[in-house]
Design a protein. Structure first.
Length: 169
């Protein structure tokens, strides 16, 4: 299913996080990310697979995490995800069939419908679960991106060599 994938695109809230947004007493926004997702993204990059974020919200925390994880592109405060998606494909010279998008809620539906592999996290809303070609066993913020990264690398017969490379360093 993931053999042709050259680009993984993800939403943030509800996918890379559990969907909760917390504010401290100084109105600072807090988000928690799963470290396993980060390592999965690292392995994708080692395999030459690009990564992008397309999210409807804007947060300095997302920008910081995206920089830490070397995302290829980051788009925040996006109202029209399809427009940004096609611009991204043009920029990277890729086709929709070479892309995978991971989402959890209604704003993700238009892109999930047009990518090569649309993915729903385990706790996505019913509408997303209905149209996704792959549904994670893992909930958003609990390692769903890692699960997708593994599936991509396994379907492309790259997983074992990447793991062995790390095990024997």
């Amino acid at each position: 299913m993931f053999r042709k994938i050259k680009l993984l695109i993800t939403d943030v809230d509800g996918v890379m996080t559990d969907g909760r947004i917390t504010y401290d007493s100084n109105d600072n926004e807090l988000k928690s990310f799963n470290v396993r997702d980060g390592f999965g993204l690292h392995l994708l990059h080692k395999a030459g697979i690009k990564t992008a974020i397309i999210t409807g919200r804007e947060s300095s925390i997302v920008e910081k995490r995206a920089q830490e994880l070397d995302f290829t592109r980051v788009y925040q405060n996006v109202r029209n995800k399809v427009k940004v998606f096609y611009s991204l494909l043009e920029d990277l010279a890729l086709s929709p069939e070479e892309t995978c998008y991971v989402g959890d809620d209604i704003p993700d539906l238009p892109v999930i419908r047009i990518v090569g592999v649309g993915v729903a996290v385990a706790d996505a809303v019913a509408e997303v679960l209905e149209v996704a070609k792959y549904t994670c066993k893992t909930k958003g913020g609990k390692g769903a991106i890692r699960e997708v990264a593994e599936q991509i690398l396994k379907d492309q017969n790259l997983w074992n060599s990447l793991v062995n490379e790390i095990k024997f360093q």
